[in-house]
Design a protein around this ligand. Structure first.
Ligand code: DAH
Length: 381
């Protein structure tokens, strides 16, 4: 039943308060059911219309009907109720307008979502999907890992050393005496401004991984078997076969009774593992200050099988690495850690990773490794 303003049976405070509460409760319930502009107009007129709205009923039925002695407090009550009615009607109007605004926006969004929805767009299932290309190991690192892998399988551990090295480790402890012409073969890049330091302390960019032989022997007494992959630097002009930065893998084995036969057997096995079991090796006399005797290792050309072709310059052999028996002079520099040349012996070897990679894959320009051209690199994926 819709609310109507009752006549008051009496004008006591209690009666007025009770009836006022009923009116406010009805006002609030009705206000909450208003959601549209039309509903709100009906609501407004019902409560505020001069023609028989609840506000004018209050005036007629409560205020005008009240005997004089009650007019004062009935008047106050009616005023309060009227301002409450006006306030609620007004605030419901604001609510309805905001609410309608939201509804409008929401239905706009819903419509847009619907327009974009998959069901409304034709799907071409023959289009290719989005492919994320997998990265691949760089060919130089791949060869480097392959080489260290071959030696790890023979019980070698892996060590690394600094790229900025002192003259002592790069030269002196490897039996390159000061001012010896063998230093010239290394095309060294020196760190500038160190003239005041003693020569052995001057810094340079290591020209080979051999200084890590010394560092490894200082860290670990014999026996030792270690391979050292790493980056080296030389003052070389870049061309198809030279790069000022390249990579080497160094090897060192020291124990009692290590002989040249161990060196030959080890490297012959390693070359077969890297280039195929058909290759043969030969050891060609050479010179390095830190090995005595020294040798260059050559393998039969894996392209022509030894008959002679462009790759092996018609010789049938390809030169791959340097090696030799550790010179007793080198052991003198690490004697304090148990390397007594009268009791132990060892061999060492060092190989260029780029050169081996080029030979393995038939690459004719070393610069391709550093240019980052994906068309080149993705062939190794
Ligand atoms: N360090 C030499 C170079 O870069 C290569 C080398 C030769 C390393 C003989 C060795 C070795 O360990 O025994 O030219």
């Amino acid at each position: 039943m819709a609310y109507t303003v009752p006549k008051l049976d009496d004008y006591s405070q209690e009666t007025v308060a009770r009836e006022a509460n009923k009116l406010v409760a009805a006002l609030e319930v009705e206000s909450e059911s208003v959601h549209t502009e039309e509903e709100w107009k009906v609501f407004r007129d019902r409560w505020l219309s001069r023609k028989n709205g609840i506000k004018s009923q209050l005036n007629d039925l409560w205020l005008k009907a009240a005997p004089t002695e009650h007019k004062r407090h009935i008047g106050q009550a009616v005023n309060l109720l009227v301002s409450k009615i006006e306030h609620d009607v007004e605030s419901r109007h604001r609510y309805v307008q905001t609410y309608l605004g939201f509804l409008g926006a929401a239905s706009g969004i819903a419509k847009a979502v619907h327009e974009l929805s998959l069901e409304r767009q034709p799907i071409d299932i023959t289009l290719p999907g989005i492919r994320r290309p997998l990265g691949a190991e760089h060919p130089v690192l791949r060869t480097m890992n392959e080489i260290t892998g071959v030696f790890r399988a023979m019980g070698y551990s892996v060590a690394e050393g600094p790229e900025i090295e002192s003259d002592y480790y790069n030269f002196e402890a490897l039996n390159f005496p000061p001012n010896h012409p063998a230093r010239d073969t290394q095309d060294t890049i020196f760190v500038a401004g160190q003239e005041k330091k003693p020569q052995r302390d001057r810094l340079l960019l290591r020209t080979h991984t051999s200084p890590v032989q010394i560092r490894a022997m200082l860290r670990q007494p014999p026996p030792i078997r270690v391979v050292v992959p790493g980056k080296v630097h030389r003052a070389d002009t870049a061309d198809a076969t030279h790069s000022p930065i390249f990579h080497q893998v160094e090897g060192l084995a020291v124990d009692t009774d290590i002989t040249f036969c161990d060196l030959k057997g080890t490297l012959d096995h390693a070359m077969k593992a890297l280039f195929g079991s058909d290759v043969k090796t030969r050891f060609y006399p050479s010179f390095f200050p830190f090995t005595e005797p020294s040798a260059d290792v050559q393998v039969t050309c894996f392209k022509c099988g030894g008959k002679g072709c462009r790759l092996c310059k018609m010789s049938g052999w390809i030169e791959l690495l340097g090696c030799g028996m550790v010179d007793p002079n080198v052991f003198k520099f690490v004697e304090s850690n148990g390397y007594d040349a009268r009791k132990i012996s060892g061999f060492a070897f060092g190989m260029g990773v780029e050169r081996i990679t080029m030979l393995k894959y038939g690459i004719d320009d070393i610069q391709l490794f550093y240019q980052g051209d994906v068309r080149f690199l993705e062939q190794f994926a």
